[in-house]
Every structure is written in C-alpha cells, then in structure tokens.
Design a protein around this ligand. Structure first.
Ligand code: DC
Length: 229
C-alpha cells in the first residue's frame, strides 16, 4: 500500500499528540494537531471579547469566523508544524489554562466545527497524514486506513498534565487540573455534534501503564502492518 491516513482520537491528555508527532516523523508524514485549531479559535474568541468568565457570545463569534485564519507552518528546528492565528505564532498562548477552560465549549459550536472539519479534510486529501483529535476517525476521515482510540485513567492524565503545566511555570493545583480533565471528558463525550467516541473500526489503546517508548513501538508496528499490507 502507498501512503495511508492515520486517525488518532481519544480523551484529553492521553498523550495523543506526542505519539502522533513521533509516528509522523518516523513515517515522514504530515502531522496535524486538530486540538490546536479548536484552541486557536478559542484564543481568538478570548482576545476579541466573545468570552467572559460566565459564558461565550456564540453569535458574535460565529459572525466573525471568516476573520479567523489558521495555518500550520513547519518549524525545521523543532521538527513539527506550529499553529499561526492570523499570521502570529500562537503555539504557547493556546496551551494555557485560560484557553483550556473554554475550549470544550467553543468546540460544541456547529459553525466552528464545520469550518475546522472542512480545513482538516482538505489537509488530508493527499494522504500521508497523521491527524489527532476527537472526531478524526468518525467524522473527518471515516475511511482512514488506521484508527487509534487512546485512553488512560483520569488521574494518570491529570498527573501528566499537571507536571507539564508546572514545567511551563503555570500557577495551578493538581485538583484544578483533574477537574479540568474530568470536565473536558464530560463535555467532549456529551456534546450533540460529533461527540468523542470510538469509531467501530478503531483500535483501543490504553496507555495508563505504558511508557512512551513502548507506546511508540506498538503504534509504529500497527502502522507498518497496514502500510506493508
Ligand atoms: O486535544 P486538545 O486537548 O488540545 O483539544 C482541545 C479541545 O478541543 C478538547 O476539549 C476538545 C476539542 N477538540 C474537538 O472537539 N475536536 C477535535 N478534533 C479536537 C479537539
């Protein structure tokens, strides 16, 4: 088989992007982090006053969607693409707790999903792509040749995420991070449009007790088996 499409879905902070990035590098494929796109729209909403602590001004944001330009630009020294919002690199800004708190809500808006899904489909039309998110195997690429569904216990995921945020110097508590993980799980799996769920033909991958190296070896093995037929 030639180049394939690899869809990686799963709960937040299951390490999807780490594995997806490594896999894309090993196969010389393009990697696309769709969570970064929902985060990019959320950052735009915050910066333009469409969100206050209590709620989001959905109508205002939807009217402004055509003003949002999202692009991935490959960074040679990092070895992966970084996201640009209206010409500015926002890779750091989109990973703060401020954005994390609102992104699930923004990801429930139908017009936002339509815009991002159509961009994602266009990015994948030549195959040779590893895309991660929540609806890649179910909605964006239902015909992907390899689909993985990643999961791990909420406590394990919160512990990983808490360490990452501390390393970045964010002032957070473990309890806050655990609550955010649980809240996002709830919203992601209960929203009306494209809720997070395992595609019937996806392989479930629970990495609660698996190191990065073992995960990577297994996933690369799955991919090679499909590619080599
Ligand atoms: O993968 P992440 O944590 O960066 O994703 C951020 C949020 O975006 C997450 O709460 C769910 C949403 N999301 C989505 O609804 N669909 C996707 N394909 C990717 C992310």
């Amino acid at each position: 088989m030639g180049k394939i499409t690899i869809a990686i879905d799963g709960y937040s902070s299951t390490g999807k992007s780490t594995i997806a990035k490594q896999l894309a590098k090993a196969l010389d494929y393009v990697y696309v982090d769709t969570g970064a796109m929902y985060r990019g729209v959320t950052l735009f909403a915050i910066e333009n006053g469409f969100i206050d602590e209590a709620d989001a001004n959905t109508a205002g944001l939807v009217e402004s969607l055509s003003r949002i330009d999202l692009k991935f630009v490959y960074n040679e020294s990092l070895g992966f693409a970084e996201i640009y919002l209206n010409g500015l690199n926002v890779e750091k800004e989109i990973r703060t707790m401020g954005v994390s708190r609102h992104v699930s809500k923004i990801a429930t808006i139908e017009e936002v999903r339509k815009k991002l899904v159509s961009l994602q489909k266009a990015m994948g039309h030549e195959k040779g792509i590893v895309m991660d998110g929540r609806d890649i195997g179910t909605v964006v690429f239902p015909n992907a040749e390899l689909k993985l569904f990643m999961t791990a216990s909420p406590k394990k995921r919160a512990t990983r995420r808490y360490k990452e945020l501390l390393d970045k110097g964010e002032d957070v508590t473990y309890e806050d991070v655990l609550k955010n993980v649980q809240h996002r799980d709830y919203v992601d799996t209960h929203r009306q449009i494209s809720p997070l769920k395992k595609a019937e033909d996806a392989i479930t991958f629970d990495n609660s007790d698996m190191g990065l190296e073992e995960q990577f070896d297994r996933v690369l093995d799955y991919a090679k088996r499909v590619i080599e037929g």
